[in-house]
Design a protein around this ligand. Structure first.
Ligand SMILES: Cc1ncc(COP(=O)(O)O)c(C=O)c1O
Length: 428
């Protein structure tokens, strides 16, 4: 593969002496089959590159579903983690720890909001946001007990807990997991009239992704987020923006809502907040909202632990210079131009949606499913992931170079061209 770095990424011996094929076979009887990974077994990684057990290198164009926005093992983040590992790793919130204040202060400053509720995974941040919104509705808005509703968008992805899948519209995510949590209304995404019709005096919040990642990087029309902000303000309910995937530099801004200069009442963050090292998520909100929580009403043993806080603070520091956001915006132009040119060449790109270093690319289903394309790209040394049907998602680390990005696009062109030729041959 032409774009691979010449030196090995490995700094020490192998963790396992089994081959990739052996390790994949070994997982089968002992690991729950809730994922269908590409057949690559990663053993080492650095920056935008990962290396498998046999030493084959791949350009990571998925970046841990945007948890690796700063690349694998970013030196500043690794240093912050190492430093903290030598000091203190966990206290629980039964005691204070000396890292948490700085993390909350810096995250509040970065986002322009007031208070932080630290959690671990994205789904936990969403669950916590829902609980906070309901409590706010009863205590502040005066919604009658147990009547609060939350309006969400169709094709959402907010995580996998029982409550969250209760308002998913993806049958694969829901089937077999009922009974479901009540209190949610689903409206079409990007449809302000439908949203307006669904909001009433029981509405605690409108919860949306500013860009729907798992749905295929679906970007709403200009003005939608502004409309949601105005509507929620008028209706006296909260605007909760789930930026767990879209936030922290991915779209060329710190937050995707900044593209419309909108400030939500509640912001949900996760993934890249832990720098690809530890799970760190947070509900960040205005003081009037988060102050509804009192001791004993919500918590997490690991939420706000000192290791997470140290890494989270280092992540916020990386973002505070604007360097990563600028890189995502500039390289986003390279990505967009490359995809436009692929589309123009007629090699099977039916359409794409892109913002910053994030794109959903719809491939002609005659060439293959998203999974087929992902497997073919893997053989070319490029790791991507399909979303639905024949859509693949590109979300490389924001540290990727223009050269690496062009190489990935070149590999996509090769795979698609071969696919088109194969299709033509088969037709003949
Ligand atoms: C927008 C959004 N919200 C929530 C989640 C759930 O995060 P986690 O997998 O860390 O629970 C995801 C994960 O993909 C996401 O994209």
């Amino acid at each position: 593969m032409t774009v691979a770095p010449s030196r090995s990424l490995r700094s020490s011996g192998r963790a396992s002496d089994r081959s990739s094929a052996e390790l994949i076979r070994a997982e089968e009887p002992v690991l729950a089959h809730n994922y269908h990974p590409l057949p690559v077994v990663v053993a080492h990684a650095e920056g935008t590159w990962v290396e498998d057990v046999e030493g084959r290198r791949y350009l990571d164009m998925l970046a841990g579903y945007s948890a690796l926005n700063f690349g694998h093992r970013h030196p500043a983040l690794i240093e912050a983690a190492h430093r903290q590992l030598d000091q203190l790793t966990l206290t629980s919130r039964a005691f204070h720890n000396d890292r948490l204040a700085e993390f909350a202060e810096s995250l509040a400053e970065l986002t322009g909001l007031d208070m932080v509720l630290p959690m671990n995974t994205g789904a936990e941040a969403v669950e916590s946001g829902i609980k906070v919104a309901r409590k706010w509705a009863y205590e502040v808005k005066g919604v009658p007990a147990d009547r609060a509703t939350i309006v969400v968008a169709a094709d959402n992805f907010h995580g996998r807990t029982t409550t969250i899948v209760s308002f998913s519209t993806d049958e694969t995510a829901r089937a077999g997991f009922g009974p479901f949590t009540p209190g949610f209304r689903v409206v079409p995404y990007n449809d302000l009239a439908a949203l307006e019709a669904a909001v009433d005096e029981t509405t605690a919040a409108v919860l949306i992704e500013p860009i729907q990642g798992e749905a295929g990087v679906v970007i709403p029309d200009d003005g939608y987020l502004t409309g949601v902000r105005e509507l929620t303000r008028r209706a006296g309910c909260l605007f909760i923006a789930d930026e767990i995937q879209s936030g922290l530099g991915r779209t060329g801004r710190t937050l995707a809502v900044e593209h419309e200069a909108v400030v939500p009442d509640v912001l949900l963050l996760g993934k890249a907040l832990g720098g690809g090292i530890v799970p760190v998520s947070a509900v960040v909100a205005r003081r009037e909202v988060l102050r509804v929580l009192r001791p004993g009403e919500h918590g997490s043993t690991f939420g706000g632990n000192p290791l997470a806080a140290a890494v989270g603070s280092a992540v916020v520091e990386l973002l505070s210079t604007g360097e990563f956001q600028r890189a995502a915006a500039e390289l986003g132009t390279v990505l967009r131009d490359g995809l436009t040119s692929l589309q123009d060449k007629g090699v099977g790109v039916r359409g794409f949606r892109a913002r910053g270093l994030w794109a959903g690319v719809d491939i002609d289903p005659a060439i293959g499913t998203g999974r087929d394309i992902s497997e073919r790209l893997m053989r070319e040394g490029i790791l991507v992931k399909d979303t639905h049907g024949s859509t693949i998602r590109l979300a490389p680390p924001l540290t990727i170079t223009a050269g690496e990005l062009r190489s990935a696009l070149g590999a996509l062109e090769k795979v698609l061209t071969e696919g088109v030729e194969q299709g033509v041959t088969e037709e003949v």
